[in-house]
Design a binder for this molecule. Structure first.
Ligand code: V47
Length: 374
């Protein structure tokens, strides 16, 4: 129940009215929500939208991450995962190792494959890997390669990104994860990831994938050197592209984890705060009115905050994950994996209705899972 008197007192009753009338919020509205002194009132707006769209459902997936290499031609300053060619700590999996990892996690619905931009791994390696995985795991959807990797393969092979996408999807890539978006603003990118594709190029490749029928996710890495304006600009760019293509399925908010980062940070900076994460997530839900799902990614948030975020507009809990490196090398203190039973029990304990999904967010079955106390 959104009480107009509370919102009038906060000076944002016009925003409450828009939300309840399903009207689009402006960037200026977003800015005012960042400034609103009462976080719970912002949360209530996001929760209202979540309830309209998804009720108390929280989706999750049996999945596994495979990072095929951490060797990367880009040297993103925030990234603790990557190593330069020849640098200590670099790893590159061969085909057998990729297949072993993918098949060792039991019955999975989604395989999440990403890696660094390795200067020597050609497209034929990935086509073979996808074909082999598809054969071995015929009932598992392969969500693989961000727009950053797609651009890297195109450069390496001197072909267009469209051709890369055509070849990968013919080999078994079913959808694409949303990593590498960071913050689109060029000045921010110049500070945090100067070698990486531009924000415009990331958006162009996502658009190209959508035009070919490949659904993708999108992300925002925040809590480093960017301002609230940069966050809102990033969300606006995603929203504009989604108006054109409707190709994004899910948005994932990634709070910057600071351990082992080469980014120059202010003295004493301990990372983004929980209230800032929850507020940014709630505002993302409100601004991204055309993206169906908002993920609470427990790996980066930690399980407790990720469960809390389900009350701030998020409706997806990602999945079992099994082996995660990017967040954990940057200091994530969350578990390496969750069990299906654990996810179901936690969602129920928090009053939600867990729904197992596939990679494209279609429910796996219609039977209710677990028992919610509410
Ligand atoms: O691309 C890197 C970010 C991303 C750090 O699409 C960092 O379903 C925080 O994109 N602190 C990888 N974030 C994770 C990702 C993802 C995860 C789960 C599901 C999906 C999906 C996508 O993490 C990277 C980068 O943007 N990242 N370093 C760091 N220190």
């Amino acid at each position: 129940m959104l009480n107009p008197r509370f919102y009038e007192a906060l000076g944002i009753d016009d925003i409450r009215e828009k939300v309840q009338a399903s009207e689009r919020l402006t960037i200026e509205d977003g800015r005012r929500l960042f400034e609103c002194p009462d976080l719970s009132s912002v949360a209530a707006l996001a929760h209202y939208v979540r309830m309209q769209r998804h009720g108390m459902r929280v989706t999750w997936v049996r999945n596994r991450h495979v990072n095929y290499t951490n060797v990367c031609a880009n040297d993103c300053r925030f990234c603790a995962f990557h190593r330069r060619v020849g640098e200590e700590g670099g790893f590159t999996l061969n085909l057998d190792e990729i297949v072993d990892k993918a098949t060792s996690a039991g019955d999975i619905t989604e395989l999440h494959i990403v890696g660094g931009c390795h200067p020597e791994l050609g497209l034929d390696f990935f086509e073979t890997a996808l074909r082999t995985l598809h054969k071995k795991l015929p009932n598992t959807s392969i969500k693989a390669f961000t727009p950053v990797e797609i651009e890297h393969f195109a450069k390496l092979e001197s072909i267009s990104t469209r051709e890369v996408l055509e070849r990968l999807s013919a080999a078994g890539q079913e959808m694409m994860p949303g990593g590498g978006a960071e913050i689109f603003d060029p000045d921010v990118r110049a500070r945090i990831c100067p070698e990486k594709v531009s924000g415009d190029e990331w958006l162009r490749i996502s658009k190209e994938a959508h035009s070919m029928g490949i659904r993708t996710n999108c992300t925002m890495l925040f809590g480093h050197v960017e301002s609230v304006e940069h966050r809102l600009d990033h969300l606006d760019k995603l929203r504009r592209l989604q108006d054109e293509t409707n190709g994004f399925i899910c948005f994932i908010l990634l709070p910057f984890l600071i351990k082992n980062s080469a980014l120059e940070l202010p003295e004493g900076f301990a990372g983004v705060s929980a209230p800032d994460i929850l507020r940014t997530l709630a505002i993302s839900r409100l601004m991204l009115d055309n993206i169906p799902h908002i993920k609470s990614y427990w790996v980066m948030l930690g399980v407790k905050l990720a469960l809390t975020a389900l009350h701030y507009g998020a409706d997806d809990f990602d999945g079992t994950v099994v082996e995660e490196k990017i967040g954990h090398m940057a200091g994530a203190s969350s578990e390496q994996a969750l069990t299906p039973e654990g996810i179901v029990a936690m969602a129920c304990d928090c009053g939600f209705t867990p729904v197992e999904r596939d990679a494209l967010f279609r429910p796996k079955n219609t039977e209710p899972q677990g028992e919610s106390p509410c």
